[in-house]
Design a protein around this ligand. Structure first.
Ligand SMILES: Cc1ncc(COP(=O)(O)O)c(C=O)c1O
Ligand SMILES: [Zn+2]
Length: 412
């Protein structure tokens, strides 16, 4: 049995009992935070338990998840992505210690598989037959991918601008794809209406309290892969702010379970054109809509749907926020690929661009231990990657042409 005890409203702090609670948000409009019985969690989840558990998926943390593993879950190989040392990139940024949590290795190529796995398990447990979700692309390709392995039907709402590779993934996995002539925010609202109208289970980020519960497992893994030594800073790309609030909740839950003894500081990494969380943190803490325009489509959000929890997380962690222009995001894609061999999509590379700025500005000290989340694969948006990558040398298929090219290059 899951050890979930309540869903607590982040706005009015009211506790809703899981059974009696609405499936989604509080009556006041606030998103909900899952609460656990930590006495029971501690009896089932300790360093000793983890050391002997052969399960290399996020289900190894089942006592801290809101739903039982269920029979279908064994088919979802999500979690336990590599934590890579990044010495060359660290040197380039002037940092002593940097690690990359490489979430590009997930089944659908992004961190969203963590949220998809948990949301789908909840939907199965509730006996739902169709799950719907709005997405800039990754949440949807994840949901469609994982659902394909369980037989659940999915309906996806994406903005018209979603990159072709993400659309190809979603379509190929067999989801019904509704491409909305409008923004992600409009797709999100239409999905809310559709779920009310047709009774589908709604996976919308933040609105569904369990997406955060999936995403928090990335922090459990970071802690465990570092032998329970918590890093000083964790850098998180932010659109809706749900990964960020999930990362924070992961460390907070692990500390409450007695598995770690301190918490990291969080750096919220945003694009200048989609910087609502950064502006809120620099100002009065209130979220106001921004234009939401950036090359980093996954974090292109006007009004972040888990923004309140994200702002609270950065403040509680005594962290910081940085927003960078698109040119710096493209430069970071190049730098990350060329120093560490990791191919990131623009939203993911935003973590590196913002980390660079934060070190320059003295927000993150050079001797800090830092983990950056590389949240999605560069193969998901090849058009943007080509903007960062440059062009190949085109020659005729003979040695003379090759020699001419090499001579020209040497002269330069
Ligand atoms: C690759 C990638 N990075 C970062 C994010 C930002 O996550 P959130 O919207 O929860 O802030 C997303 C969300 O779609 C994403 O797909
Ligand atoms: Zn409330």
């Amino acid at each position: 049995m899951p050890h979930l005890t309540a869903l607590r409203c982040i706005r009015c702090a009211k506790d809703l009992l899981p059974a009696a609670a609405p499936a989604y948000t509080c009556a006041c409009g606030g998103n909900l935070l899952a609460q656990y019985d930590f006495d029971r969690v501690r009896r089932e989840l300790s360093r000793a338990h983890l050391a002997t558990d052969p399960d290399r998926t996020l289900w190894r943390y089942a006592p801290l998840l809101p739903v039982d593993r269920g029979t279908h879950a064994a088919r979802l190989n999500v979690g336990w992505t590599p934590l890579l040392d990044a010495p060359a990139l660290a040197a380039h940024l002037g940092l002593k210690q940097l690690q990359l949590k490489d979430e590009t290795r997930h089944p659908s190529g992004s961190l969203k598989d963590r949220a998809g796995a948990i949301a789908l398990a909840v939907a199965h447990a509730r006996g739902e037959t169709r799950v719907a979700g709005a997405s800039t692309g990754n949440a949807a390709s994840s949901l469609a991918c994982l659902a394909a392995r369980t037989g659940m039907k999915t309906t996806i709402f994406v903005p018209e601008s979603a990159p072709p590779a993400k659309l190809a993934q979603i379509l190929l996995f067999g989801a019904t794809v509704i491409q909305v002539r409008g923004t992600y925010d409009q797709a999100f609202d239409l999905c809310l209406q559709a779920c009310q109208e047709y009774g589908w289970y709604n996976r919308n980020t933040g609105f569904n309290p369990f997406t955060r519960e999936g995403k928090k497992t990335v922090s459990f893994e970071i802690a465990e892969q570092r032998a329970f030594e918590v890093p000083d800073w964790v850098v998180v790309p932010v659109g809706d702010g749900n990964i960020l609030s999930g990362v924070w909740k992961g460390f907070v839950d692990f500390k409450a379970a007695g598995l770690i003894d301190r918490l990291p500081k969080l750096l919220a990494a945003q694009a200048s054109g989609s910087n609502a969380v950064t502006l809120a943190l620099e100002g009065d803490g209130k979220l106001r809509p921004v234009s939401g325009t950036t090359i980093a489509d996954s974090i292109s959000v006007s009004l972040p749907r888990d923004g309140e929890a994200a702002v609270a997380a950065v403040r509680e962690s005594k962290g910081a926020a940085v927003a960078v222009p698109d040119e710096e995001i493209l430069a970071a894609m190049r730098l990350l690929a060329r120093t560490e061999g990791v191919f990131a999509e623009p939203a993911a590379a935003t973590a590196i661009a913002c980390l660079s700025r934060a070190v320059e500005q003295g927000k993150i000290p050079k001797d800090a231990s830092v983990v950056a989340l590389i949240t999605g694969s560069g193969l998901k948006d090849v058009v943007s990657a080509m903007k960062a990558a440059g062009t190949p040398h085109l020659i005729d298929p003979d040695l003379a042409s090759l020699k001419r090219l090499i001579e020209q290059k040497e002269k330069r």
